[in-house]
Design a protein around this ligand. Structure first.
Ligand code: ATP
Ligand code: MG
Length: 575
């Protein structure tokens, strides 16, 4: 289909100034280039250019899903509460799940993800091992009432996701499809022009254990990553911490009480005692699922990773300031010695190396030194509790880890039987026995991916699209409107491009050249053909490559053919 648009007809209200509340490039530039407008916090209207680019991302994603045999469906956004009650997530999802009632008072939610719906859809009709595996996907709007919607499309409340779900009779079958999905996700990132990295991740709300996130590398990314040149990489939320630790005590020590008036932080304690923060123990208090008290002990110089702690202590809640009194404990002076009866004590495994600990005394203004596990207190469990940091040893090869930031554009999960068991979704094996489906789920943030592309492809003048997601491929820019030489030449070139299937726009506005150039670079047309009076008199037009900034001249009569050729080659690089 040929696409030939005119700037005078295009609805793309560009802005000269940066919108005040847009903190990141993609948000700022999509607003300035007239690609979208805000309707409410985290909720946007896509204008023609933005929507064209969204479609391109979707098309690439669909092609890659079709390639691996996943079939497209469309599920409802409004979902009945019963299904979420069956899976058990109605009660645990929290305020991010937008709930509503119909006129009869029946409860519904806006789908933040679609495991429940898809499982309920297939469970009555997908019955035999002979029908498996099945992989279904959709491209649809999601709603999550995010606590902090920000950065435009990067963290919206309403956003477009491609989500896929697969059903298997065996773990091997799931593994095979999971790998095919991961390969497809890598290809999607490549075709979007993203610099990316697969990382080990935490499975969060979705559940399951085996999971990989695909991170577009960007300083503006919300995710902190650690990686190693050996190829290992992880989200710090999930990264195993291999902490370098040199113990202080080499032999048994006496337990001593030290008066530490007003010494509440680790930094203050280390300074007061004249020791390295590493040689103090930070104790944090939390509440267990049953309401009991738990102390989490970590080396003083490290940060507690709450996700890891919650894996050891399910439904862990760290105490808020006002909870301390209820447990009769003293903030700033906690420790494993003399903790209230029945306190569960979990310690970071790094501390196994330390013979004698410096800890809070569980009374105001006092600490203990020389506290020895086994002699002075008991540990109920050792675990990896701290957040990995650059400089820690790579869990795969031991070399020091490096840090990067990323935007999570997609994630693949092996769910196992979490949903099929909860929702009684089973199939019959060869022998006639019933088993829950073994499931996988896989998500690509369509709108977030688009924003990630801009985070990686922009400069001070605007967006510099990879051709695969640019709203249009070529702009023809006549410099003099109303000129009876320039206009027909520009129109002829534009028409020839469009006839050859190149998506083309002609800037037919009677604006100054400077305005046209500025808008062309702001919106980021990948190839710009500039037709000026002087050039045409010499038989040439100018060609500009938005990404490299390179300019070249081409004879007027070869212009269309040359540009068609360049477009074809650029497309091929992302095919
Ligand atoms: P995050 O950790 O960033 O909140 P998530 O892990 O909760 O994301 P998933 O449930 O894995 O997200 O959803 C699949 C994909 O949907 C994500 O990889 C991301 O690209 C996209 N996505 C998730 N939340 C948002 C959001 N608030 N705005 C835009 N895209 C999102
Ligand atoms: Mg995720």
């Amino acid at each position: 289909m040929s696409v030939l648009l005119k700037m005078t007809e295009l609805y793309a209200p560009t802005l000269k100034e940066d919108p005040v509340d847009a903190e990141v490039a993609s948000h700022r530039l999509m607003l300035r280039a007239g690609m979208m407008r805000r309707a409410a916090a985290g909720i946007y209207t896509f204008l023609p250019l933005g929507w064209r680019s969204v479609h391109k991302v979707e098309r690439i994603v669909r092609e890659e899903m079709d390639r691996i045999g996943s079939q497209e469906v469309l599920m409802p956004i409004v979902q009945p509460a019963e299904l979420w009650q069956q899976s058990g997530r109605w009660d645990v999802y929290g305020p991010e799940l937008a709930r509503l009632k119909d006129r009869q008072g029946r409860e519904f939610c806006l789908g933040p993800t679609h495991e429940e719906i898809i499982t309920a859809t297939v469970r009555d009709e997908l019955r035999s091992y002979r029908q498996l595996p099945v992989s279904l996907y959709q491209v649809n709007m999601k709603f999550r009432d995010e606590i902090r919607p920000r950065f435009g499309l990067l963290r919206g409340r309403e956003f477009i996701m491609k989500d896929a779900y697969s059903f298997h009779a065996t773990q091997e079958s799931l593994q095979e499809h999971y790998e095919a999905m991961a390969t497809a996700y890598g290809r999607i990132c490549d075709r979007l022009g993203l610099a990316w990295r697969p990382v080990e991740a935490d499975s969060g709300q979705i559940g399951g254990k085996v999971t990989t996130e695909f991170m577009a590398l960007a300083e503006s990314g919300e995710a902190a990553l650690v990686y190693c040149d050996c190829g290992w990489a992880a989200n710090v939320e999930a990264a195993e911490a291999v902490t370098a630790y040199s113990p202080k005590a080499q032999s048994a020590q006496p337990l001593e009480r030290v008066e530490t008036p007003e010494v509440k932080t680790i930094a203050e304690l280390a300074a007061f005692l004249g020791v390295d923060a590493m040689h103090t123990v930070k104790t944090m208090a939390g509440r267990t699922a049953s309401g009991g008290l738990v102390f989490l002990c970590i080396p003083g110089h490290r940060e507690l990773n709450e996700l890891k702690a919650a894996r050891v202590v399910p439904e862990l809640e760290l105490l808020a300031d006002e909870d301390f009194a209820a447990f009769a404990i003293h903030r700033g002076f906690l420790g494993p010695v003399g903790a209230p009866d029945a306190t569960l004590i979990i310690a970071d495994r790094t501390l196994k190396a330390e013979l004698a600990w410096t800890v809070g005394a569980n009374e105001p203004d006092a600490h203990l030194t020389g506290a020895m596990p086994g002699r002075d207190f008991a540990i109920d469990g050792w675990a990896d509790l701290v957040t990995a940091e650059p400089g820690d040893a790579c869990p795969a090869c031991g070399e020091p880890l490096l840090a990067a930031r990323g935007i999570e554009v997609s994630q693949v999960f092996q769910l196992g039987t979490k949903y099929s068991e909860a929702m009684d979704a089973t199939f019959m094996d060869e022998a006639g026995a019933e088993h829950p489906f073994i499931m996988g789920c896989y998500g690509v943030g369509i709108t977030r991916s688009l924003a990630a592309v801009i985070e990686q492809h922009h400069d001070e003048y605007g967006i510099a699209w990879p051709i695969s997601v640019a709203p249009l491929e070529v702009a023809v820019v006549p410099l003099q409107t109303g000129d009876d030489v320039v206009e027909p030449v520009a129109a002829r070139i534009a028409q020839a491009l469009a006839d050859a299937g190149v998506e083309t726009i002609i800037d037919d506005r009677s604006e100054r050249a400077g305005v046209k150039f500025a808008d062309a670079d702001l919106i980021g047309w990948p190839l710009q053909v500039v037709v000026g009076k002087r050039g045409v008199a010499d038989g040439i037009v100018e060609l500009k490559d938005r990404t490299t900034g390179e300019r070249s001249t081409i004879p007027v009569e070869h212009a269309a053919a040359a540009v068609i050729d360049l477009v074809k080659r650029a497309r091929a690089a992302f095919a």
